[in-house]
Write a protein that binds this ligand. Structure first.
Ligand code: ARG
Length: 527
């Protein structure tokens, strides 16, 4: 219809011309023109069946890129909370998906491990080395206590400020305590990652502190490019198009009058490292929308100073907020951030109740294992299945439901398929190839859905929006369930038909597994 408008012609006549000319003969498809000019294509059953029996879910991209993905990136010395959930979960799904289609991904966990907050912590820990719990969960309490001390005890506050200076001057004792805190904190973070099945490793951590020694050379680069303007003793970069509310030009401050560097400066150093050392073709950052402006100006300055050349793309991916089930900010009763550790624990308790009542045939140990997978799957899927840019409501009853667009629904369908093969004492992997016949309409619609996996993946990565894949997997499962209700598998009329249907089952399980595992969601074999 868009073409018709451009050409000023009747859309139906253009549709007719396309149908007449298109080389669709080998598809054996039935083509007709409907409505104001839609072309309906009805693929021939044999064509579909052959295409499906030859299909595999892997479709490598034509041009593989080196993609740096900066995600999760918490400020450490505070426990991971719900504010870190989306960057972590969406980032991890995207890196897995990018890798799956053949890109080289370099994960970067740009943790906030430097700055004034550490002064308080170091002073507090130094005051009494032994009595502190520098293990999981201990750091957060320490931070709260140190902040309280900072507010109420002027002597302590002075020591804390001093520690910041000593940290910048690389005082060995201060550095030692700092390292202790950072290490303990990172262990805590890694522990949560492994509970949540997040693929970030300790080796992916490249914290703000690691760029410290390179910061003077960043200012040098900017000076050499003639971009530095001194304003009230601070070194600033002005870029066209960035203004304050009152219309005056807004600078990016890269060095304060006291010589200190800023968040921007560190990010410029990280940018340089990623393009020049890591050889990135593409850099993706995931944070919430409060940092939109930071990244806009970062990319603009990065281009002017030559860190981002023409052929490198940079992108800041933002996401909506997590709300509670009444649509308010998701917080504890006392108004604190909900910790991911607590969220996982609550999810597990709830999932365990469900698994115990639904899956009595499993042993206690199996039930615990399944409950973990269900809880983590539910938390991640609830996030991933919503359009990334929208807010979403965190509601346990909805996300743990066995009915609807949820992880447990998909996990359950997958386990059901596995159980068909177990009952028949057949090896599912042997049914991924071989002839398929499509007799019943529900077999046909399942086949159509199965064949759309690759294009869904493409759309999902083109827009960096995992919800397309979630919606697809859900729809696939609905169609599988319909097929399963309508078409006896093990009791099919002929052995050929049984094998064909087992192949449809195996292919469905495979797509579910590839899809969910690349979203970071694991699948129990029995539920
Ligand atoms: N640590 C920052 C925060 O918690 C996020 C860092 C994002 N990545 C970056 N390169 N700036 O807000």
């Amino acid at each position: 219809m868009a073409i018709a408008k451009q050409l000023g012609r009747n859309p139906r006549s253009i549709a007719q011309e396309i149908v007449d000319r298109a080389p669709l003969a080998e598809l054996n498809a039935n083509l007709d023109i409907g409505g104001p000019g839609f072309i309906n294509v009805r693929l021939d059953d044999n064509f579909l069946a052959t295409a499906l029996s030859q299909s595999t879910p892997s479709q490598p991209v034509k041009r593989a890129e080196r993609i740096v993905v900066d995600y999760s990136s918490p400020n450490i010395a505070k426990e991971l909370h719900v504010g870190h959930l989306r960057s972590t979960v969406i980032g991890d799904a995207l890196v897995r998906l990018f890798e799956y289609v053949g890109h080289t991904v370099i994960r970067q966990n740009h943790v906030g491990d430097w700055g004034t907050a550490f002064g308080k912590l170091i002073a507090y820990v130094n005051a009494d080395q032994d009595s502190h719990d520098l293990t999981i969960g201990g750091i957060e309490k320490l931070y709260v206590a140190a902040s309280r001390e900072f507010e109420t005890n002027p002597d302590f506050a002075q020591i804390a400020r001093n520690e910041v200076i000593k940290l910048q001057q690389q005082d060995p004792d201060t550095l030692k305590t700092w390292e202790l805190i950072v290490q303990a904190s990172l262990e805590d973070v890694q522990h949560i990652y492994s509970e949540l099945d997040i693929s970030l490793q300790l080796s992916d951590v490249r914290g703000e502190s690691s760029y410290n020694s390179g910061l003077p050379s960043i200012v040098h680069d900017l000076e050499n490019a003639g971009l530095i303007v001194e304003s009230e003793g601070a070194k600033c970069v002005f870029v066209n198009g960035f203004q304050r509310k009152d219309g005056s030009p807004l600078p990016m401050i890269v060095q304060k009058s006291d010589g200190g560097y800023l968040y921007h400066t560190t990010d410029l150093a990280a940018l340089k490292h990623r393009t020049q050392e890591l050889g990135a073709d593409r850099i993706i950052y995931l944070t919430d929308s409060r940092q939109i402006h930071h990244f806009q100006i970062l990319f603009a300055v990065g281009k002017r100073v030559g860190y981002i050349s023409e052929d490198i793309s940079t992108e800041h991916l933002v996401f909506g907020s997590v709300l509670n089930k009444d649509g308010e900010p998701f917080r504890t009763r006392s108004g604190d951030n909900v910790l991911l550790r607590e969220l996982i624990e609550e999810g597990f308790e709830r999932a365990l109740d469900i698994v115990r009542s639904k899956s009595e045939h499993l042993t206690n140990g199996e039930q615990q294992q399944v409950a973990r997978q269900v809880a983590v799957g539910a938390i991640k899927y609830a996030d991933l299945s919503k359009n990334r840019t929208n807010d979403y409501r965190f509601d346990w009853d909805v996300m743990l439901s066995l009915d609807g667009n949820t992880a447990p629904y998909l996990q359950y369908a997958h386990a059901r398929i596995c159980s068909i093969f177990t009952r028949a004492k057949k090896d599912m992997s042997k049914f991924l190839e071989g002839e398929i016949e499509l007799q019943h309409p529900s077999e046909r619609s399942l086949a159509l859905r199965l064949l759309r996996f690759a294009e869904t993946l493409e759309q999902c990565l083109d827009e960096r929006k995992p919800h397309y894949l979630c919606n697809y997997l859900y729809e696939l499962t609905v169609h599988f369930m319909r097929f399963y209700e309508n078409c006896p598998v093990l009791k099919a009329n002929t052995p050929q038909l049984m094998n064909s249907r087992l192949r449809l089952c195996a292919k469905t399980a495979q797509v579910l597994r590839v899809g969910l595992e690349n979203l970071g969601i694991s699948l129990p074999l029995r539920m």
